[in-house]
Design a protein around this ligand. Structure first.
Ligand code: HEC
Length: 98
């Protein structure tokens, strides 16, 4: 009984871990972007701040994030993130801020 419970927990952890490596915008955002974008402008969820950004399109915002802007270093300072990871995180922020 105890052993099978552990088995299910383990299976769950493996599923969560593999989802995170497949460009899961929510997980990438939480780990790499949230510490700034929860407090700094443009704050995730701030519709007024995001409206003009969303109008530029996700691809443009992704390119800006990869290059860096103002106080934001290139890729938010996480050079290990792929362009697809950045795009997934930007998409997540856009979806939360509409
Ligand atoms: C060190 C803090 C910091 C981190 C970490 C950070 N950002 Fe930012 N981000 C900023 C700041 C500050 C701005 C505003 C830049 C400006 O307008 O001068 C910004 C702006 C942006 C914008 C709007 C760009 C535009 O065209 O105005 C996007 C999109 C964005 N960040 C996405 C991300 C994503 C995705 C991540 C995680 C991979 C991330 N940021 C991590 C601080 C950060």
């Amino acid at each position: 009984m105890k052993l099978s419970t552990f088995g299910w927990l383990f299976a769950g952890a493996v599923i969560v871990a593999s989802a995170a490596s497949a460009a899961d915008g929510s997980a990438i955002y939480d780990a790499n972007c949230a510490m700034c974008h929860k407090v700094l402008k443009p704050k995730t969820g701030d519709k007024a701040a995001w409206a003009p950004l969303i109008a530029q399109g996700v691809d443009t915002l992704t390119a800006t994030t990869i290059k860096g802007k103002g106080m934001m270093p290139p890729k938010g300072g996480k050079a290990n993130l792929s362009d697809a990871d950045i795009k997934a995180a930007v998409q997540f922020m856009v979806d939360k801020s509409k």
